[in-house]
Write a protein that binds this ligand. Structure first.
Ligand SMILES: [Zn+2]
Ligand SMILES: [Zn+2]
Length: 278
């Protein structure tokens, strides 16, 4: 296994960095600099647990520490599930697989970016947006190679080991982007299909100012697909949404924000200019 050659620590942060939050008894969110990871599994019930996404580059020690705080010494998840393969979601993935010896699951269309075959397009530093977009050229876009440790999610929408959850294909931000949905309490883990902070603005990222927004602009390459994906997610009427960037949102704020995003995606989410606009 190896990371891409452009893999490195990225010096961006937010006021939530290093802070964890139990969102439900069996869901714990933890922020690494500017990105969230989620631990799914109730520590009180001693059940299997799963890690959703793996944070920023060079963050494996803090993830392992957080896992052991929640689930006990030498704990390890049953599997790692990736919403997609961008550097801020696979940052610690190889170190974690080496440490825990667990499988990684992702959508089959994301596998080329996880097996060293294909780089993501370069981040768009020219896109309409704030300072984070301007500095996005420092972000790694080369694929990591998880070798034989990465598996395709089952085509029937099930998630191995997580019987209450289904994965939903939500492409646009990346080709094999998925969201995870649990119908019984309508909990949605949305990855970067939509997010709850304006990710291209350095100030809003730093302060984590809450707003329901489209996917991060500098890395989104198919805006029509991204819009369709947000429609799918609005349509399932989640009551809680946990996103790759920004704080958890729920209830009316989520419902209204999502329906506005669907209606006004072209003006709110899609940038006025940028190289990935058709
Ligand atoms: Zn992303
Ligand atoms: Zn992201």
């Amino acid at each position: 296994m190896e990371y891409g050659e452009d893999y490195k620590y990225i010096p961006v942060t937010s006021i939530n960095s290093g802070i964890g939050q139990e969102i439900e008894k069996d869901i714990y969110g933890f922020t690494i600099q500017v990105v969230n990871i989620y631990f799914v599994g109730d520590p009180q019930k001693n059940e299997d647990w799963f890690l959703i996404d793996t944070g920023m580059p060079k963050s494996s020690n803090i993830i392992i520490e957080e896992a052991e705080k929640r689930y006990g010494p030498n704990t390890r998840p049953k599997a790692i599930i990736l919403t997609h393969g961008h550097f801020d979601h696979v940052g610690a993935c190889i170190d974690l697989v080496e440490h825990w010896k667990v499988p990684v699951y992702a959508h089959e269309l994301e596998l080329p970016f996880l097996s060293g075959e294909q780089s993501y397009p370069e981040p768009d530093t020219t896109v309409e947006g704030g300072l984070v977009a301007k500095i996005s050229s420092i972000f790694p876009n080369e694929p990591i190679n998880l070798g034989k440790h990465v598996y395709s999610l089952p085509k029937d929408g099930t998630v191995p080991g997580l019987s209450d959850w289904r994965w939903i294909h939500t492409p646009g931000h990346s080709p094999g982007h998925i969201s995870l949905f649990r119908e019984k309490d309508r909990t949605l883990i949305a990855g970067d299909a939509f997010i709850t902070v304006r990710q291209d603005s350095l100030y809003k990222v730093l302060m984590q100012k809450e707003e329901i927004n489209g996917p991060p602009r500098y890395l989104t390459t198919d805006w029509n697909q991204a819009w369709e994906s947000v429609k799918i997610l609005e349509n399932i009427k989640p009551t809680v949404a946990l996103t790759g960037h920004g704080s958890p949102v729920s209830g009316d704020f989520l419902a209204k924000g999502l329906s506005r995003l669907v209606r006004e995606f072209d003006s709110v989410a899609i940038p006025d200019y940028g190289k990935y606009l058709k």
